[in-house]
Design a protein around this ligand. Structure first.
Ligand SMILES: *Cc1c(COP(=O)(O)O)cnc(C)c1O
Length: 355
């Protein structure tokens, strides 16, 4: 794929690594390319970051044909810059696009695009522990047409944001989780297995409600029985029950997380028993009563591992492991972060050097 590169004058220095937050600050360039039925994917470019001009009738504004990815570039202690499992992120967008009737670039095109943008904005990859360049590949429908059918024009773009530690605090800070027993993030047969923007808007009201009640995020249950655990916030969820690592089996209402896959791989490597199966609320309550539910944590690119210190089930409060991060959550977090920073060998071939 030919990528036209136009660099702009530097707009200034990026903040010190210690001052980085999440998602509010962006690097100087973006990658974009466009699709039409006649030309296919064309006009691949890296250019100075700026506003898009889109027709107000563009399909993305009306019928929600929009999906995204989130992956990271890390600066290793050796100064080299590497992407973490970018192939899985690209494959997930390729796999999800047909459910939204969208055209996606190929996996190879997405990988070239990531590489090109990171190379141009390489100075924006921070190096301190816990920092990264967060990359946001996004696919939107751009055809100006109000008829209800799949758009015939798309734009794929990537923006980049230097990121500190996701939750602001240092290290692993346990979160308090409110169990959502009424609203649903994604029903069976819906969009839940894709990173559709629509899944995020479906989740906002519950998350606002949970925060008003003093919780950080929501535990999502299945849409039919409101009994089986699906995900936590915008993360996959893992439980340690009687020493085994238990996580809900994937379905069309659960996103197949890259971090979930990494954690399951590390758990198997350690010889832990790994169970991918339905997990009910009643199982969790009785395992907690019996003292067998020793850890709960979320997995996702943004924070890697997020320990859950408390689950609020109506009036009942399940405090997990005295509210402190558990040993497995700590071990998985340390192991993945050490590989990402090049402090430990990349023993699974998860890192792709780009600069
Ligand atoms: C992005 C996302 C995750 C985490 O996936 P990773 O690939 O590990 O970042 C989990 N659940 C949902 C709903 C998500 O959107």
């Amino acid at each position: 794929m030919d990528i036209r590169i136009t660099t702009g004058a530097r707009r200034g220095e990026r903040p010190a690594d210690e001052a980085l937050g999440f998602g509010a600050l962006f690097s100087e360039h973006l990658f974009a390319m466009d699709y039409s039925v006649e030309a296919g994917w064309h006009d691949a470019r890296v250019e100075p970051r700026g506003d898009f001009r889109l027709d107000p009738a563009a399909a993305v504004f009306h019928y929600g044909q929009a999906m995204f990815e989130g992956c990271k570039a890390f600066r290793g202690v050796d100064g080299r810059v590497r992407l973490f499992r970018p192939d899985l992120h690209a494959r997930r967008m390729v796999a999800g696009a047909p459910r939204l009737c969208m055209q996606a670039p190929s996996e190879a095109q997405m990988l070239s695009a990531l590489r090109a943008l990171v190379q141009v904005d390489v100075d924006w990859v921070p190096g301190a522990e816990g920092t990264s360049l967060y990359l946001r590949p996004t696919l939107i429908a751009t055809e100006p047409f109000l008829g209800v059918r799949p758009s015939r024009q798309y734009r794929y773009f990537i923006i980049a944001s230097p990121a500190g530690s996701y939750f602001g605090g240092a290290g692993l800070t346990p979160v308090r989780i409110w169990v959502e027993r009424r609203d649903v993030r994604a029903p069976r047969g819906g969009l839940g297995a894709t990173k559709a923007a629509a899944n995020y808007v479906a989740s906002l009201a519950s998350s606002v409600k949970a925060q008003r009640e003093g919780y950080d995020q929501v535990l999502w249950l299945d849409g039919q029985h409101h009994e089986y655990v699906e995900e936590v916030g915008t993360m996959n969820v893992c439980f340690v029950i009687g020493g085994a690592l238990v996580t809900p089996s994937l379905s069309d209402s659960i996103l197949a997380g890259v971090t979930r896959d990494s954690v399951l791989t590390l758990a198997r490597e350690r010889g832990l028993k790994v169970e991918e199966r339905p997990v009910s609320l009643s199982e969790l309550v009785s395992a907690h009563r019996g003292g067998h539910l020793t850890e709960v944590f979320g997995t996702g690119t943004a924070a890697v591992i997020t320990p859950v210190g408390e689950l609020a089930l109506g009036e009942e409060r399940l405090v997990i492991g005295d509210g402190a991060p558990g040993p497995l959550a700590r071990a998985f977090s340390e192991d993945i972060c050490a590989m990402q920073r090049g402090l430990k060998p990349d023993r699974f071939g998860w890192l792709v050097e780009v600069a």
